[in-house]
Structures are given as C-alpha cells and as structure tokens.
Design a protein around this ligand. Structure first.
Ligand SMILES: Cc1cc2nc3c(=O)[nH]c(=O)nc-3n(C[C@H](O)[C@H](O)[C@H](O)COP(=O)(O)O)c2cc1C
Ligand code: SF4
Ligand code: SF4
Length: 262
C-alpha cells in the first residue's frame, strides 16, 4: 500500500506512479490513520520536505499509523533539492513504533514554495527532466526489496530547523492569509486543505463586491500551500506576498479534482 501526503500534487504524482508500477493500492496518509494495515506486505510513505524536515503534521499521523514490523516499509520523499533530515526523522519515529525503515530515496521536483514566491519558474520546472531516470532507479530497487537508505544523514542545521519553536515560526512566517476583499467564498480551499483547517464564515459586514461567505484559516496549518496555489481569485497569500496566477502551481499530471477532499 502506498500512503501519501501532498499539497500541490508532486508527491501524489510520484505515489501514483509507484502504486501503478508496484501494483499497490494508493491512499492519503490522513485516511490511513486509524485503519488496520498490519496485513500489508509493503508500505510506502510518499511526502514532501518542509524546511529540511517532515511536514509538521506528519509525526502525529505516523504515530497513529497501525502497521506491522513484518512489513517492508519504504519512503520516497519529494523536495525542491534538499530533503535534509527527513529520512533520519522518519526512521526515528518509526523505530519508536518498533518498525525499521527498509528503503528511502528522494525525488527533486519543482519547489512549490519557491514558485509561490516567484523565484525562477523555468529553473523549477526544469527539474522534471531528471524525474523519469530517478523513478526507474527507485522502482527497480523497490521491486528487488532493496534495503538501502539513500540520503539518511543527520544535519545539525536541519535538526535545529525542526525544533518545535522554529517550526511554529515557519508556520507563522509562511502561513497562508486570506484577503477577504478578493475571496468569493467558492469553497475550493476548504475542499483542498488536507488538514481540514479552512472553513467558510459569514462576513460581519457584507462587502460591496460579495455577499458570500469568506474563507477563514484556523491554526492546524501544516503549510502545504495547497490553498495558496488553488484559489481561483488568488485571494490567499503566503509570506506576506500577494498571490499571483502565474505563481500558482500544481503538478502537470494532477487534476484539481485529484486534490479535492480526500
Ligand atoms: C513550507 C515549505 C517548505 C519547503 N522546504 C523545502 C526544503 O527544505 N527543501 C526542499 O528541497 N524543498 C522544500 N520545499 C519544496 C517541497 O518539498 C516540494 O515542492 C514538494 O515536492 C511539494 O510536494 P507536494 O506538491 O506533494 O505538496 C518546501 C515547500 C514548502 C511548502
Ligand atoms: S479558494 Fe479563494 S475564493 Fe475560494 S473560498 Fe478559498 S479563499 Fe475564497
Ligand atoms: S491552510 Fe492551506 S497551507 Fe495550511 S494546511 Fe490547509 S491548505 Fe495547507
């Protein structure tokens, strides 16, 4: 079984390819939490890197995952270029559950945060060029049930960035903000948020341009930036930067409906 967490589709596209080629079912990680997966022979975990670390919401989800130490557990991490301490942290969390991570690798893909900030889109999109070769390597190693942890090193800088206080700072710094003047209450961000962290509320004072409700982001944000990238009105900003249509990103093989509430 392939379990994935994804904001803008990079990890979903990789997870989907792994599921097809390894003939495994595909499930969002959040839906797998609480299910009995102890009979699965193979468990793959596919997710993005945030600040050289796991997405802030993942450790809790992983701690509630019901998988067996007899399973072949592997991970494929997506990142802009540096997965930092992801493998090291994941291995530690799994070990606390008595599970040994057998295999890890990373795939460099467009950085959805760099794209949101408007940094060199051509350079980001050019990263797709190297994906097929890396995926072939990963798939053949997984078919052989290889026991290899690629990039499992420990970095003090990544460890410091993963401290809860720094993580909270990152969420505050990058955390999405809704501009109610632009929001038309279409509900897309509500349906895409993997953390169920957005809801629509009635406006206290109806705006001249809209009587519709407006989106409100609560405090369980894991900074996946999905809402920033999908809003059809570009009403959600990150890092204080105005959202622009040309900065919005979704993996080219992933449709909006694939990201909607799962
Ligand atoms: C908050 C945030 C922090 C990120 N930090 C890193 C990082 O430390 N290193 C890196 O290589 N990419 C980083 N990225 C880029 C993502 O890991 C990358 O774009 C990933 O493939 C997104 O996956 P998704 O489309 O499945 O959500 C970051 C992205 C976000 C949103
Ligand atoms: S996607 Fe944009 S316009 Fe639609 S409800 Fe969310 S913030 Fe408002
Ligand atoms: S509020 Fe936006 S950035 Fe935060 S978890 Fe939800 S979709 Fe991701």
């Amino acid at each position: 079984m392939i379990l994935y967490f994804s904001g803008t589709g990079n990890s979903l596209a990789i997870a989907r390819q792994l599921a097809e080629r390894l003939n495994e079912p595909l499930l969002p990680l959040i839906e797998a939490v609480g299910q009995d997966l102890t009979n699965e022979k193979r468990i793959g975990l596919v997710f993005p890197t945030y600040d050289f670390n796991l997405p802030p919401a993942m450790p809790e989800m992983l701690s509630r995952l019901n998988i067996s130490p007899r399973s072949y557990v592997f991970t494929v991490i997506t990142c802009g270029s540096m997965a930092g301490n992801c493998v090291w942290v994941l291995r530690r969390i799994l070990r606390e559950k008595g599970i040994e991570l057998a295999y890890s690798h990373k795939v460099s893909v467009p950085d959805n945060s760099a794209l949101a900030f408007g940094r060199n889109p051509n350079k980001q999109l050019g990263k797709f060029e190297h994906v097929p070769a890396r995926m072939e390597q990963i798939i053949s190693e997984l078919q052989a049930e290889s026991h290899t942890l690629h990039y499992s090193w420990f970095s003090l800088l990544s460890w410091l960035l993963g401290r809860p206080a720094v993580e909270r700072g990152m969420i505050h710094y990058l955390g999405p903000k809704v501009n109610p003047d632009k929001c038309i209450g279409c509900n897309t961000c509500v349906r895409v948020c993997p953390m169920n962290n957005i809801r629509l509320i009635e406006r206290e004072e109806p705006m001249a341009n809209s009587q519709k409700p407006t989106a409100l982001i609560a405090d369980r944000c894991t900074v996946c930036l999905a809402c920033v990238h999908v809003c059809p009105q570009q009403a959600i900003s990150t890092n204080g930067r105005e959202a622009l249509k040309e900065r919005q990103y979704r993996h080219p093989q992933i449709k909006l409906k694939d990201l909607l509430k799962r």
